[in-house]
Design a protein. Structure first.
Length: 70
């Protein structure tokens, strides 16, 4: 097994500079795209919560009928 040497220390300021340089390369969403994608996430969240809520209610009723005989 070969061990690699310890990487040379870099200053915190070079890390900040590299981070800023990388952030300049990012392609940011437009306001319209961000709004559309936020709307899609909200719709999917509501649909999934309704499905999970209905499933939970169904299983709760099933368990109550099976164990409690209600």
């Amino acid at each position: 097994m070969t061990y690699q040497g310890v990487p040379p220390k870099r200053s915190r300021f070079s890390f900040i500079g590299e981070t800023i340089a990388e952030l300049k390369k990012v392609v940011w969403l437009t306001r319209r795209e961000a709004t559309y994608l936020t709307f899609i996430v909200l719709v999917i969240t509501v649909v999934v919560s309704l499905v999970l809520g209905a499933t939970d209610l169904g299983f709760s009723d099933l368990i109550n009928k099976f164990f409690l005989g209600k």
